[in-house]
Design a protein around this ligand. Structure first.
Ligand code: C2E
Ligand code: MG
Ligand code: MG
Length: 718
């Protein structure tokens, strides 16, 4: 654990410090070992020198003292031994005779304790090192005969001292060397660590600044230089990869943004799309519930967009959608969602609304915004929208229900004459359900023959004669009584049931017309309404001609009513169908003229015989100067194209007077008769059966009055 911690400490050190420590440790050990060896050598050499010296001293003493031993001259012997005083280290000397008895001795004043009176086992030429002294023995000869031995004890203290000084000097030298080594190492270490520092600095800068274009500048050529080169090369690759990655990420982001736009935005208007709208509405509902606030959903359908698209082209149509989108964005509070659900349908979410009237305020603003004229490529376009409003939590708290209710309310706005808004209420839901149930019933009604036709007379305004009738369908419901076509025709069109229903109408009308003609009312024309779905059928012309043939009716007395929108949808195949009908002698009329996107150009393109001026232009006559101008313009235009004009919805004499004055040929309306049963028509037609009516004004008026009175009274009876 301890050693681990120690290593951790070392691990934490810089490479420089580690290098320094390693070098110091190595050189320390080397210097220390060298010192120890030198010291040992020194001790050995000192010992040897001391031994040599002691031996020399012993030899000299032995040579000099032999005569004294022979002559047993102790005094001389003492004197000779006394010369040893000159040698500092000699502590004691003893001379033994041949019998091993001490003959003489010498002791340095302070060294008596070292004296030995015995030879201590040491004989002849020998020596003995002990801790504190060196004893040397030397034989004393006289003429080749051993006469004694001299022992000299040398004190080792001064030798120790010398060695001590030597050790101290070596230590100081060692330390000095280490210090110098340390200083040198420090300088040298910089050469080693500088490139490493440069690499480390570069790595740190890169990680801190994230700038991989930085490079390490290292001059070394070998190992570290190579390392630096490798490091820089690695950075080059990282940088390249990084640039590639950035490009890749950029590209991916662009694709993601594009996908996100495609997934959430409408490509034409830049508004949110249906998918985003559903998501957003889901969260808006959740938030409204959490905050106890209201969220409004507005469903907006443009009223006459299709006409613009078809007559002015898709580019203008797209531009118009963009203008509408911008106007809606401006009309809706910032932060609320405006989306295009597809085609000419837009939807708006008003979130976190505290005031219940906000929805209507915004709806009004949207309608006003749309009603301003739009100019695109020099075309002045008037557009309007119908809006349905539903709110959470008042009406529903789920996305689909809210949308359905807003859609239902929007239909009510359309039915109320378009260019307006309606707020959803629960009675509408009942209506919606009724519509749904009606779909099933409609099919059964056709099977059970519950449809009936009524006929509304068309009057020649000049002669006052009934020259024709318009066949109008009703549903004779066993429980609900007569149901208006306004209630079920749109549904029949949606479901396609209008095709068999339309065929039934045409056949019944033709049979009736044939019957009247057979009765002698040969002046009667029959107008039959057509729906777009019927005309779209490949077998349509065949069906009509077949009915005409089988009923035996005169095709010149049959008039098919088309609407402007049908003509605007027309392609070549459609025109070909109309041409075929015309060639067969069948007449064609444009119903409700002026309510669609009226374009004079198509009047020329189609083989039209009659224009029916919509009753919305007749209603305010003669008071509305604008309507007066419009009806007059339509009448004169129709005449210049050699077409008959029928004014629809004439309810008052005043209306009739203006229209007649403006040259209108014919009229249809409650002033003469509402739609009535077939036998009522026979009675009315009988009134005008004589064909030779003089064209005098007073008689004409009288006849017209008579017709009106008759039809009104007969209608009252129905
Ligand atoms: P439309 O073809 O424009 O028919 C004229 C409508 O105006 C009729 O309503 C008629 O009753 C009404 N009307 C006539 N004179 C006056 C008047 O003086 N004042 C007012 N306020 N209204 C008047 P109706 O019968 O309810 O028919 C409504 C629409 O239903 C028709 O409009 C037509 O578009 C459609 N329709 C009726 N029968 C058929 C049919 O057999 N097939 C198809 N496809 N549509 C039909
Ligand atoms: Mg009609
Ligand atoms: Mg009409």
């Amino acid at each position: 654990m301890n050693s681990k911690r120690r290593f951790q400490w070392i691990d934490r050190q810089t490479v420089g410090t580690k290098l320094k420590l390693a070098n110091l440790f190595t050189s320390g050990i080397v210097i220390f070992l060298a010192g120890v060896l030198l010291l040992a050598l020194q001790a050995y050499l000192s010992g040897m020198a001391l031994l040599e010296q002691a031996r020399t001293e012993a030899a000299v003493v032995g040579n000099n003292i032999s005569a004294a031993i022979i002559f047993k001259d102790h005094a001389s012997a003492k004197e000779i031994l006394g010369t040893l005083k000159a040698f500092e280290d000699v502590a004691h000397a003893s001379v033994f005779d041949a019998e091993q008895n001490i003959f003489s001795d010498y002791a340095k004043a302070a060294q008596h304790d070292m004296r030995t009176d015995t030879q201590g086992g040491l004989r002849g030429n020998a020596y003995d090192f002990s801790l504190h002294r060196l004893r040397v023995s030397h034989p004393i000869d006289y003429e080749g005969k051993a006469i004694g031995t001299v022992h000299i004890d040398t004190d080792l203290a001064s030798t120790y001292r010398r060695i001590g000084w030597y050790a101290l000097s070596i230590s100081i030298i060692m330390l000095a060397c280490l210090t110098i080594a340390n200083m040198v190492l420090r300088r040298l270490q910089q050469f080693v660590t500088a490139p490493l520092h440069a690499l480390a600095k570069t790595s740190t800068a890169i990680s801190e600044q994230g700038d991989v274009s930085l490079r390490a500048t290292v001059d070394a050529s070998e190992d570290l230089g190579m390392l630096a080169k490798a490091f820089n090369a690695m950075l080059d690759r990282i940088e390249k990869r990084e640039i590639e990655l950035e490009c890749e990420i950029e590209e991916r982001k662009r694709v993601e943004v594009k996908l996100d736009r495609l997934a959430h935005f409408d490509s034409v208007t830049g508004l949110h799309n249906r998918y985003f709208f559903h998501d957003r509405l889901g969260s808006a509902i959740a938030q409204a519930q959490a905050l106890h606030q209201r969220t409004f959903v507005m469903f907006l359908d443009l009223d006459n967009f299709k006409a613009v698209n078809d007559t002015l082209g898709h580019d203008v149509g797209d531009e118009l959608l963009r203008v509408v989108a911008q106007r809606l964005r401006d009309a809706v509070p910032a932060g609320d969602t405006v989306a295009r659900l597809g085609g000419d349908e837009f939807a708006i979410i008003l979130e976190n609304v505290a005031d219940g009237s906000t929805g209507e305020t915004v709806a009004k603003r949207c309608i006003d915004a749309l009603s301003r004229m739009v100019r695109i490529n020099g075309n002045e376009i008037y557009i309007s929208g119908s809006i349905g409003l539903s709110s959470c939590p008042d009406d529903a708290v789920d996305v689909n229900a809210l949308l359905k209710f807003a859609d239902t309310a929007m239909y009510y706005a359309k039915n109320a004459g378009k260019n307006t808004y309606r707020v959803f209420n629960s009675s509408m839901q009942g209506e919606a359900q009724k519509r749904f149930a009606m779909n099933g019933n409609l099919r059964r009604a056709l099977e059970r023959d519950q449809f009936v036709l009524q006929y509304q007379p068309q009057i020649d305004l000049v002669t006052g004669q009934i020259f024709g009738v318009e066949a109008l369908i009703r549903w004779a419901h066993p429980d609900l009584g007569l149901i208006s076509p306004m209630e079920f025709i749109p549904l029949a069109e949606e479901t396609g049931l209008i095709v068999p229903i339309g065929a039934w109408v045409l056949k019944s009308a033709c049979l009736q017309l044939k019957a009247w003609h057979d009765e002698g009312y040969t002046q009667l024309h029959m107008a039959v309404n057509l729906s777009a779905r019927q005309l779209a059928e490949d077998t349509f012309v065949e069906t009509v001609l077949d009915i005409v043939r089988t009923t035996g009716v005169n095709p010149r007395m049959l008039e098919l009513e088309l609407t402007e929108s049908m003509l605007m949808d027309a392609g070549d195949a459609f025109i070909a169908k109309l041409d075929t009908l015309r060639q067969a002698g069948i007449m064609l009329a444009i119903d409700d003229f002026g309510t669609g996107y009226s374009s004079m150009s198509y009047l020329k393109r189609f083989p039209i015989n009659t224009i029916k001026v919509d009753r919305s232009f007749v209603r305010d006559l003669p008071d509305s100067a604008q309507d007066k101008a419009i009806t007059k313009a339509i009448i004169s235009m129709a005449h210049s194209l050699q077409m008959r004009v029928i004014a629809e919805g004439i309810e008052t004499d005043r209306q009739e007077v203006v229209l007649t004055a403006d040259g209108c040929n014919s009229g249809q309306g409650y002033l003469y008769s509402p739609p009535v049963n077939a036998d009522e028509i026979s009675k009315l037609a009988r009134l005008v059966k004589p064909v030779d009516i003089p064209l005098e004004d007073d008689r004409l008026s009288a006849r017209r009055a008579a017709i009106a009175t008759k039809t009104r009274s007969s209608h009252e009876r129905v």
